[in-house]
Design a protein around this ligand. Structure first.
Ligand SMILES: Cc1cc2nc3c(=O)[nH]c(=O)nc-3n(C[C@H](O)[C@H](O)[C@H](O)COP(=O)(O)OP(=O)(O)OC[C@H]3O[C@@H](n4cnc5c(N)ncnc54)[C@H](O)[C@@H]3O)c2cc1C
Length: 482
């Protein structure tokens, strides 16, 4: 069986680009999280849409699981095969097909990275919403899984900037969705039925997206980063509410003292008594100096008004390296291992993200208690999306992947991975109570979500999955229900 499948995969992509060699497969068996390592049976690197169609038809016929993969940096165990099968590594498909500065969109293949697209767009005076993640990660994989970039406060999450897509279904058919289904213009998903939703937020379980159109934005000539601090989360949540009403800043991101450190302290250390607990950067952009002056005036007015209401908010410098890492994107500081894995010895996970802003303060207090109990820093981030309507609350949890018994163990007598897993599950249990919906959720998080979910939601979810993927071959197990 193994030889036959490998032979066909090699016929499709060429000898060099399919393997069942253990040494080649091994790096695909684990990721940064605590998710249990599992080996795939094959890895294949297609180069064309036709290659993908042929591989999926083969997998569908032989009932072999297929896991789409680009860089594996998702922090959710999402590319670890639950039941073996084929890793479909899409790195070779890395063409920027179109940069349309007139209408303001690009069309990319799955292997196009944030670093690659950023360099190409900069030449044109344009930008996209860069995450604080690894520059080598896929623009497409991030966007279809509801990833978040530096424009989210103003323009919404990356999924909201998708303008068209092409997808190969698990059965091998190809479909174009959005304006690209009718012409060669990839500018809009609207006003059509929202079929793109069948592939957004599904964690690679419904098909392979082979091309993606996303909106891009002009880079304004004037950029200023104003920073404030507060002594407590209540004042910081109020600051964010006050500033976001204006829809002026491009990015309003607050981080707790622990997340403002490079690297994040691990295990937990106490914050120095005289340091503020929360820092916030507010990115102001303008097309003229006069416009920028007016925005700075507005910013200062809101600071004063908040202070008159008794808030501890005040202009305050943000730690320099962390600020660079978070505002000069794609980031070579935060997006690399330097700030996260370096401090945690290879392990990284997060609970979060989409939490109503009104519940940030009580949830932060619960998370702080949980994380400190498990020896982790409460390295928490708050960001508004699309102004006011929903927002991010996310904790970064670097952890030590080494097991008990290692003489260098930092936290003696604890199974580090299980400790991290327990801490995060407790954070998710607490979060769901406050209306939080985790993004890119590991299977363990789904078990909490699915327990709380409306039965009608689960029934519809499984019906759609079964309709698109009748033999259950696409990244099976990742939704906790299929
Ligand atoms: C330190 C650090 C910081 C991070 N910060 C952020 C952040 O600020 N914002 C953010 O959004 N993310 C962040 N991330 C997460 C991560 O970088 C993104 O999720 C990343 O963009 C995913 O790209 P990838 O190439 O690694 O995708 P992968 O991990 O390879 O894939 C992600 C998912 O998409 C599926 N998939 C991949 N390609 C396709 C396809 N063509 N069709 C269908 N399904 C597909 C996979 O099966 C998997 O389920 C961070 C990660 C790290 C390590």
């Amino acid at each position: 069986m193994g030889d036959k499948i490998l032979r066909i995969l090699k016929e499709i992509v060429g000898d060099e680009y399919a393997s069942a060699d253990e040494a080649v497969l091994y790096p695909y068996s684990f990721d940064l999280t605590w998710a249990k390592p599992r080996m795939p049976d094959y890895v294949v690197l297609p180069n064309t849409v036709e290659d993908i169609q042929r591989i999926l038809r083969l997998a569908n016929r032989e009932r072999i699981p297929v896991v789409p993969y680009v860089s594996g940096t998702n922090i959710g165990g999402l590319c670890i095969p639950e039941n073996g099968g084929i890793i479909m590594d899409l790195k070779r498909m890395n063409k920027i097909i179109e940069i349309n500065t007139e209408t303001g969109y690009v069309v990319v293949e799955p292997g196009v990275t944030h670093a690659q697209l950023s360099a190409a767009l900069k030449k044109e005076g344009f930008t996209f919403s860069w995450p604080v993640g690894p520059p080598a990660a896929s623009v497409l994989a991030c966007a279809i899984n509801c990833g978040i970039g530096h424009l989210a406060s103003k323009f919404g999450i990356n999924a909201e900037n998708i303008s068209s897509m092409e997808v190969v279904l698990p059965t091998g058919e190809v479909a174009k969705i959005g304006s690209c289904a009718f012409s060669d213009s990839w500018h809009s998903l609207w006003p059509l039925p929202q079929l793109a939703g069948l592939f957004i937020g599904w964690l690679g379980t419904t098909g392979i997206v082979t091309k993606l159109g996303v909106w891009i934005y002009d880079i304004p000539p004037f950029i200023k980063v104003e920073t404030v601090a507060t002594d407590n989360v209540e004042d910081m949540a109020r600051w964010q509410r006050a500033i976001r009403r204006t829809y002026v800043p491009l990015d309003v991101t607050a981080v707790s003292w622990w997340l403002a450190q490079v690297p994040i302290p691990h295990p937990y250390v106490e914050k120095p008594k005289d340091a503020p607990e929360w820092y916030c950067f507010n990115v102001l952009t303008a097309w003229t100096e006069k416009q920028m002056d007016a925005y700075v005036d507005l910013f200062n007015k809101i600071v004063k008004e908040e202070q008159q209401r008794g808030s501890s908010v005040r202009p305050y410098p943000y730690p320099e390296e962390a600020l660079k890492g978070r505002t000069q994107l794609p980031s070579r500081i935060v997006g690399t291992t330097k700030n996260y894995c370096g401090s945690g010895v290879a392990g990284l996970s997060w609970p979060g993200t989409f939490t109503p802003a009104s519940n940030w303060p009580p949830l932060y207090h619960e998370w702080k208690t949980i994380l400190i109990k498990h020896h982790f820093s409460p390295a928490v981030r708050l960001t508004n999306f699309q102004g006011a309507h929903y927002g991010m609350m996310r904790a970064f949890v670097p952890f030590d992947k080494r097991k008990v018994g290692d003489p260098n163990l930092r936290i003696k007598g604890i199974d580090n991975q299980e400790n991290a897993r327990q801490a995060l599950l407790e954070c998710v249990e607490a979060g769901v109570k406050y209306g939080m919906i985790p993004y890119k959720p590991p299977v363990d998080f789904w078990s909490i979500l699915n327990r709380k979910a409306d039965p009608g939601f689960i029934s519809l979810l499984t019906k759609v999955k079964d309709m698109l993927d009748p033999n259950g071959i696409m990244n099976p197990g990742k939704l906790g229900v299929r």
